[in-house]
Design a protein around this ligand. Structure first.
Ligand code: ACO
Length: 323
């Protein structure tokens, strides 16, 4: 026998304002054609001026709880992945906790940039299988529009805002790869690559800063490291690429997504793709894609799902779960 963290509900929230690629043609030396062909992005959502990361996160959390048929007082913990929290402290997670009316349990943020949701899932899984929590709400939420340099065409056209959430619950299981729930995790980071992708400001430097990226270098690392971490995680679960029903990748660039699938020997009809509609929403992109993938009728109960992501750090990883 083994305990597993099983998905009970999923939900997402996207801010109302949709910005098509063409909007950038007015202020930057760029085109819809360039953005579309180099990244696969067609549009993205931007939060309203008075809308913060915890606002988006709360809406996604409410949707996931409704999908699970649960109320916030049934939760033991909230783990929220973000690099764009409302305030330096308290955590965005505790703000969501208050907004949901949850007065017991505990809530905290996880910061691993675009790999944040994979890290958050890993943390939530560890809490559940070690008996420290029975039900955990895992959220990815970001307002990357707040850290863009609007004069830098090589970054500001790529990112968007949004939030997604999952409710995980402990379930007794046989301890085999056929179990439902999280089957394995693989996490990695290598701080030597800081300069490839970072924000040039923060609390300790007394500035907010803007996102800086050497896109083609990140691209090179991404395909190789994502395929490797996904295959390592599958191996840890006693499975291989042939067992996969859905890859749900971090949605940064369609060419990275295609390259990773190809390296794993998987066709694109086994990949959930939302990058065209959301852009890169960092830690929110995987739970957004899980929620959209379920709503489209792609992801069904019993399907083997692999999520994988890479971002600033570099930090990267994968989670294998049976839906
Ligand atoms: N419009 C028009 N031209 C542009 C634009 C733009 N918006 N942005 C860059 N260019 C130009 C560059 O200036 C360059 O011109 P040059 O050849 O005259 O110097 C040319 O396009 C090619 O630039 P590259 O950076 O080599 O283009 P590339 O094909 O690598 O595509 C991109 C750029 C889309 C950023 C790609 O490298 C990429 O997606 N990288 C990965 C980024 C990523 O996934 N980051 C996120 C992962 S981590 C996270 O999610 C935070």
């Amino acid at each position: 026998m083994a305990g597993r963290a099983v998905v009970r509900g999923v939900g997402h929230y996207l801010p109302e304002q949709i910005v098509p690629n063409a909007a950038f043609e007015k202020t930057l030396d760029t085109t819809d054609e360039w953005i579309r062909t180099r990244s696969g992005i067609e549009r993205r959502h931007f939060a309203a001026k008075d809308e913060t990361t915890s606002d988006l996160a709360t809406r996604a959390a409410e949707a996931a709880l409704a999908d699970a048929g649960m109320t916030a007082d049934q939760l033991d913990a909230i783990v929220l992945a973000t690099s764009t929290a409302d305030l330096t402290f308290p955590s965005a997670a505790t703000m969501v906790q208050a907004r949901l009316g949850m007065t017991n349990g505990y809530a905290f943020d996880v910061q691993a940039v675009c790999a944040g949701f994979v890290y958050a899932l890993s943390n939530a899984n560890a809490l559940i299988v070690s008996g420290q929590a029975k039900r955990v709400l895992v959220i990815g939420a970001e307002t990357f529009s707040r850290i863009m340099d609007w004069t830098d065409r090589s970054t500001c056209v790529l990112f968007g805002d949004g939030a997604g959430a999952l409710v995980l619950e402990y379930e007794e299981a046989a301890g085999t790869p056929q179990d439902r729930g999280i089957l394995s995790v693989d996490l990695n980071s290598d701080g030597r690559y800081k300069d490839l992708l970072y924000v040039d400001g923060g609390v300790s430097t007394q500035t907010t800063g803007h996102l800086r990226m050497q896109g083609n270098q990140v691209f090179r690392h991404a395909v190789e490291k994502l395929a490797q971490t996904a295959e390592t995680a599958l191996g840890k679960a006693g499975l291989s690429s042939a067992d996969v029903d859905w890859i749900v990748p971090h949605q940064a660039n369609i060419r990275i997504i295609q390259g990773t699938a190809k390296k794993m020997g998987l066709p694109m009809d086994k990949v959930v793709v939302t990058v065209q509609d959301h852009g890169n929403t960092s830690a929110a992109s995987i739970p957004l894609a899980l929620s959209v993938g379920k709503a489209r009728g792609q992801i069904k109960t019993g399907d083997l799902v692999v999520t994988e992501a890479i971002g600033g750090g570099l930090a990267w990883g994968a989670v294998v779960l049976r839906w």
